[in-house]
Ligand binder design. Structure first.
Ligand code: ZN
Length: 322
């Protein structure tokens, strides 16, 4: 039997202006830029990773900023919304903070007994902050120590992703094969949890039979990656996926983790990514995100790559009290 899938590893989305993106995720949301690199499959584009202090899997929102990208369209076959966990008493703090940054917010009421605040990033990527009880064992995530967000209100990593699907059966069959179990449902929304469950190990399936398919561009999730413990676990999952006739890629070296990809039957691109080796592999934890780092095979092209990438300025936030 395979080692269980451990939860969400990262979510990758398309963005447009990289500086605006950087300012929003570091300055407004208080996440740390934990890696400034390029899309290994398209080295003329940045790949920017935001997360907690060390870039722990389960806290990582990553982006391919295409400066000229138009807005995409959310729809069927896509991640509809990415939800981040915040401490239970923090939603009013975040409501004020986002409003004062001119970000429209909507208190969406309770979903499965948790309060939800809905907003979008500058490219229209739909995000939620979900008020989440602080549980023992979830403490591994450490907020960015230089963030302007007070530590007691800091984003704690992922809560869940919501998949927008036309059907139910074939997607759920794959989720169940991956170890997810249904833990709640409300109208056309179904919550599944994996491993220890709870925030960071949850996915919701929203069934909308009539909605149009999405179109990928700025503000749209490109894929969601799930955590596997190590290479051996990944190999065994890969065999399992192959045996279920899912068209899975070979293992691809992403430097900070190793990845395999496949599309779930409803159309969402899934990745299984290893927890190790992590972001300390090519720069110190103190210096994460400060300079452009490239994988060894792209290092010979550094000058050419730096010429085409737009300049990026990492502004140091001013810490609020407490
Ligand atoms: Zn990925």
């Amino acid at each position: 039997m395979e080692q269980p899938i451990l939860g969400i590893h990262h979510v990758t989305a398309i963005a447009s202006d990289p500086q605006r993106l950087l300012d929003f995720y570091t300055g407004v949301l208080g996440l740390r830029l934990v890696k400034r690199t390029v899309n290994f499959d398209d080295p003329g584009t940045y790949h920017l990773y935001f997360g907690d202090q060390t870039g722990l899997p389960g806290t990582l929102l990553t982006f391919f900023p295409w400066p000229t990208a138009g807005r995409g369209r959310r729809g069927v076959g896509q991640v509809d919304v990415t939800a981040l966990a915040v401490p239970e008493q923090s939603l009013s703090y975040w409501e004020d903070r986002l409003r004062s940054a001119d970000v429209p917010v909507e208190l969406s009421g309770k979903r499965f007994n948790e309060e939800v605040l809905t907003f979008a990033d500058p490219d229209g990527l739909k995000l939620e902050l979900v008020a989440t009880p602080q549980e023992e064992g979830r403490g591994a995530s450490r907020p960015w120590q230089d963030a302007s967000v007070p530590t007691r209100h800091a984003i704690q990593g992922f809560h869940s992703v919501t998949l927008c699907e036309q059907g139910y059966e074939s997607t759920v069959e794959v989720l169940e094969m991956m170890g997810f179990r249904k833990t709640a449902e409300q109208a056309n929304r179904f919550r599944f949890e994996v491993g220890e469950g709870g925030p960071g190990a949850s996915v919701e399936v929203l069934c909308v039979s009539e909605a149009p398919y999405g179109r990928i561009a700025a503000g749209i999730v490109h894929h969601v990656a799930w955590r596997v413990a190590d290479d051996a676990s990944q190999r065994s999952w890969r065999q399992r996926l192959v045996s279920k006739h899912l068209d899975v890629t070979p293992v691809i070296d992403r430097c900070y983790f190793h990845s395999i990809y496949f599309r779930e039957p409803g159309g969402v691109l899934f990745e299984l990514a290893t927890d190790p080796p992590g972001f300390g592999i090519d720069e110190s934890i103190e210096e994460l995100g400060e300079t452009l780092v490239l994988p060894p095979w792209l290092e010979p092209y550094r000058q050419r790559i730096e010429r085409v990438l737009p300049p990026l300025q990492l502004r140091k936030p001013v810490k609020e009290g407490g």
